[in-house]
Design a protein around this ligand. Structure first.
Ligand code: GLN
Ligand code: ZN
Length: 774
């Protein structure tokens, strides 16, 4: 008999119940016990959904009030000493303090009401947050320092197990494995490698496992996603030792890997002393035969056959064929599951009554994926006849999707297929373009600009929302947006900025704005996915060939240009970012979708150029996020990403200056590819690294112009002119001054006007001082 399970379920709730309860708690409107009641209720409902779909276990331990890695920090007793928690401080309040920090001044707990020591004028920084592998989920980074010790320090997991058992559910608990936990953490003790902490960590995992066993938990899923990374040998070699040690005290362990091919770790993963292995057969289907070959017959093989990272309905016939092959060859037990935790997809399609019915019939979110597991299992165990209707419906939906003229458009396919040599190249080399552009724009040395957005005031947001609801007519809406644009233009002129922007008042989000106007994109009403803590995103769904039926930004940008003599920079989102922040088609390579978007954006660039806009910025903040987890895949990805960007940018003449912008980005290991974008100007975030990032550009002799951000827009703090001068002097030591621009780190939409004006006035003053010096 086949067993079905999941690696984890979305925790935020179908109506984002957890988000709203968290935010109420943080505002002091509900107490911890009310929040805990919401959590308990969500868990109970999610387990019930798992049982209703006939899963053999409910998964316990996937729930978290902020982040599952943070749960482990408490479970393993390694809360950093720098938070200064007093003995007796409540667990949940310590948790939120680590997650959210303590605001500056007089010990105001940002998050929770807790008995904290006074945190001083500086406040206390939250734990660092970073992306969970190649997803858009952010985890809190464990910190290890000289004071770090591990000890079992939370009963939360065991309490949740008890809750599930009391509800009568068979339980599989889930833990982040010790090697992944350490790998994802950060060592703060000078000269120490976090790997050396393994010996101290393992006994605590041993205690956790023993306690779960004592509770009657039969299976523990140990997530070790780092097995899909290029691990140093010491880390690889530690697996066997670690798991031998853990196996002693443990219930049966299901080692779970996902997101990436196991490659050189495949044999090792098969041979570890655990009772089962889960593999991601969506991301690495080619490895399945190897796993079947290597996995000993007494072990359970869990095949992740339903895509946990995307929202497409499963091709059940293909999945069954694959599963049958595995079952015929693997002597041991077979489990089936989604490829990874369902954390990365929305809860359910139930909340989408408005979604286009045809597109909806092609999709499957978490609840629907549970049902796919039910159907797959039934077909495997009792024959396809038992679920004929379900199989037929899935087949019909897939056939309709494949045949739909909304998905496959001959005009779009033809255009991409006809991409000729040179379509992704500017007409002349950079040096020539630079000369032509300088003559045209006559900008001063060290020109000043901003990254695009200006403060999104309550007024602007209210107008946009009212327009969307239908409460504000198009004429009034336009007038409001024009007023916001006019204000931004006037303020920039008063400040003396050289290259202006219109301020993006009409945009709620840099992807949504374009997605809503492009063919091939669909939007859900409630397709929320947790990004971090209570924050969720609602990624668009790219379901079909992408095309641009009409100009998207032309009207606003032209209006803005009509108000000023200075150059107005057009502002677009790049193909790689539009792709990366959406759910993407699984029926063609990502690179093909990227090129389709690139051609659509190229049309917009050309329309702007024709309207006299001489400077156009194509934002690509998410370019690096698309990097495969394994380095072996980097070259292909980066070449494709650079090509898509260049297709969008290369239709214009030499006299049109193309900017790009990237933030939250480590650049040093991809500098050749950044240079290969061949943007005339790149603006980047550098202030938080004190311009250190720029040194790499200098050493690499980055050929084109650069605007290193001179101040951090994430903070309300207004930096002084001196501070910006110091940063720019540092920049000038790395990059020839003739190629430097002066700008903030990123867009200003989250700032207020007074902060923005003060900071930009300092920035312009710094530019003037520097110009006088050179
Ligand atoms: N142009 C966008 C803005 O200024 C860029 C945002 C981003 O890089 N994330 O808001
Ligand atoms: Zn940015």
């Amino acid at each position: 008999m086949t067993c079905t399970h999941i690696l984890g379920f979305p925790r935020i709730g179908a109506r984002r119940e957890l988000k709203f309860a968290l935010e109420k708690h943080w505002r002091g409107e509900i107490d911890a016990s009310a929040l805990e009641a919401t959590g308990a209720d969500l868990r109970a409902r999610h387990w019930q959904a798992q049982r209703a779909a006939g899963l053999d276990f409910v998964t316990v331990g996937d729930f978290a009030y902020y982040d599952h890695v943070a749960n482990h920090i408490q479970l393993l007793g390694c809360e950093p000493a720098r938070f200064g928690f007093e003995a007796g401080a409540a667990e949940l309040s310590r948790y939120f303090t680590m997650a959210r920090g303590v605001a500056a001044q007089a010990g105001q707990a940002h998050g929770a009401h807790g008995a904290h020591r006074v945190h001083g004028a500086e406040g206390t920084r939250a734990l660092e947050m970073t992306k969970w592998f190649d997803t858009n989920y952010h985890y809190l980074v464990p910190e290890f320092d000289a004071a770090t010790q591990f000890h079992l320090n939370s009963t939360r997991l065991f309490d949740e197990v008890a809750q599930a058992l009391a509800l009568g559910h068979p339980v599989k608990a889930v833990l982040l494995g010790p090697l992944s936990f350490l790998w994802l953490g950060k060592e703060k003790q000078a000269g120490r490698d976090r790997f050396t902490r393994l010996e101290a960590l393992l006994p605590v995992y041993g205690q956790v496992l023993a306690r779960l066993k004592a509770q009657g938990v039969a299976w523990v899923q140990m997530d070790e996603p780092v097995l899909g990374l290029d691990l140093p040998d010491v880390w690889r070699h530690a697996f066997e030792r670690a798991y031998w040690q853990l196996a002693r005290s443990a219930p049966r362990l299901m080692l779970a890997t996902y997101f990436s091919p196991l490659a050189e770790n495949l044999r090792m993963a098969c041979q570890l002393p655990v009772a089962g292995l889960h593999v991601d057969a969506v991301r690495a289907p080619e490895e399945l035969p190897g796993v079947v070959d290597w996995l000993p017959a007494h072990k359970v093989l869990s095949v992740g056959i339903v895509d946990g990272r995307n929202i497409w309905r499963n091709d059940l016939d293909a999945a069954l064929e694959r599963l049958r092959t595995v079952r015929d060859k693997h002597q041991g037990e077979l489990w089936i599951a989604p490829s990874c935790s369902l954390l990365h997809v929305p809860s359910s399609l139930d909340a989408e009554p408005q979604l286009d019915a045809e597109i909806k019939s092609w999709l499957a979110c978490a609840s629907e994926k549970l049902d796919e597991l039910r159907v797959l299992r039934a077909a495997l165990d009792t024959g396809a006849a038992s679920v004929q209707a379900e199989l037929r419906a899935a087949r019909a939906a897939l056939a309709a999707r494949r045949a739909s003229p909304r998905v496959n458009r001959a005009d779009v396919a033809l255009r991409v297929a006809r991409t000729a040599r040179g379509d992704d190249q500017r007409r002349s080399p950079f040096a020539r373009r630079q000369a032509v552009q300088r003559a045209r724009h006559a900008l001063p040395a060290l020109p000043t600009t901003t990254i695009g957005s200006f403060p999104q005031t309550a007024d602007i947001r209210a107008a946009r929302a009212a327009f969307k609801r239908g409460d504000l007519d198009i004429g009034s809406y336009r007038a409001k947006m024009r007023a916001a644009i006019a204000l931004a233009v006037r303020k920039q002129e008063e400040l003396g900025i050289d290259v202006l922007v219109h301020g993006e008042a009409e945009r709620n989000d840099m992807v949504e704005y374009f997605g809503e106007q492009l063919d091939g994109f669909a939007f859900t009403a409630n397709g929320w996915v947790q990004s971090y803590g209570s924050r969720c995103v609602k990624p668009p769904v790219i379901y079909g060939d992408v095309a641009r039926p009409a100009p998207m930004t032309l009207e606003w940008t032209s209006y803005a240009q009509s108000l000023t003599q200075r150059p107005m920079k057009g502002m677009l989102t790049g193909p790689n970012t539009l792709l990366q922040w959406s759910f993407v088609r699984d029926d063609q390579p990502r690179s093909v979708t990227a090129e389709q978007i690139a051609w659509a954006m190229r049309d917009e660039v050309l329309d702007l150029e024709a309207a006299g806009i001489g400077i156009i910025q194509i934002d690509e903040p998410a370019l690096r996020e698309g990097l495969p987890l394994r380095r072996s895949g980097w070259k292909t990805y980066l070449a494709g990403a650079a090509r898509a960007f260049r297709i969008s940018a290369s239709g214009v003449g030499d006299q049109t200056q193309i900017h790009t912008h990237m933030c939250y980005c480590e650049f040093n290991d991809i500098l050749p590819e950044i240079a290969a974008l061949d943007a005339d100007v790149i603006t980047i975030e550098t202030s938080r690294s004190d311009m250190e990032l720029l040194r790499g550009f200098g050493d690499f002799k980055y050929p084109n112009e650069i605007g290193p951000g001179v101040y951090d827009i994430h903070s309300p703090r207004v930096p002084g002119t001196d501070e910006m001068l110091r940063l720019m002097r540092k920049a000038a030591a790395a990059i020839p001054v003739r190629n430097l621009w002066i700008n903030p780190d990123c867009g200003l939409k989250t700032r207020t006007w007074p902060e923005t004006e003060a900071a930009l006035a300092h920035m312009v003053a710094a530019a003037r001082i520097l110009r006088a010096e050179t």
